[in-house]
Design a protein around this ligand. Sequence first.
Ligand code: SF4
Length: 348
Amino acid sequence: MNFSNKLISWYQLNKRDLPWRHTLDPYYIWLSEIILQQTRVNQGLPYYERFVETFPNVEKLAAAPQEEVLKLWQGLGYYSRARNLHAAAMQVVENGGKFPDSYADLLKLKGIGDYTAAAIASFAFNESVAVVDGNVYRVLSRIYGIATPINSTSGIKEFKKLAQKLIDPDHPAAHNQAIMEFGALQCVPKNPDCDICPFHQDCLAFKDNRIEELPVKIKKTKVLNLFHHYLVTITPSGKTVLQERPQSGIWAGLYEFPFVEASGALLPVELTTAREFKDVYNGVRFRESVYNQQPIIHKLSHRKIHAYFWIIHIETEVDDAINVEDARSKPLHILMERFMTQFWPQRA
Ligand code: SF4
């Protein structure tokens, strides 16, 4: 039995029953793929269901305000994916509403890269183009004993070429689904159960006891520590103030409290004399206290944010203040969301 037949036989016995596997509609497949790039299946499922329910077709998604799309995406992180999803839906509608039906045309949509185009083209249109995601890298590097780093230019080329060579041109959808599912369920990152694996006779990593070593990944650059001191304004009537982030860069277009950036923890006097603090509270009387002595930590690929939240009671109302419930309904980034859950839980 060849590689693909073995894989597809395994898949037919072991695959999970997931809603996007019951459709050939490229719109639904696309939604599921974009969501699953952010999270695992279990966490992604409710997001997928909410997106499908709120935006049952690409026209509905394209017509929605960006804020609504970001709000629905909230909690998945990496919001540029949600913005691209929205922009691509608008592209589809501008081009007559028909979803592109080939790998080459799918690549023209915003936010659709090699992996997503291959997934949609094969799952929806049975085009014989191999998907290569983290699961595929792991499976191929182990079975074929390949130590080329998967995040190097040569590695990306080598794995793509091998994946394309292995795909069954008569069953590309099943083959691609199968290899991804096999990586997700059987050839898992830590301690795969090789004894029950259909490839254990062929797998070089298993044979040479190199499972833990493969796949190889080049280490990333040093992480930068950032210290954000968020200013949680409370007006006399209990309102607060949010600001929208710029339209580019991290968390673009999402809302947050104004903040002071520093090189570490701050004493109250250091906070209140910082330039950004004075910009916000120029001439306003206030009293301050810190909400969290221990910062909330959020790790990004090259940055680690240490977030402190300060409560600033001001003595006069300000024009741009909003109710806490309105603040909560804005698209917030992950740190804001964690603050809300921890310190401002919603009333039942
Ligand atoms: S034998 Fe083990 S390492 Fe090799 S493919 Fe199977 S599960 Fe993965």
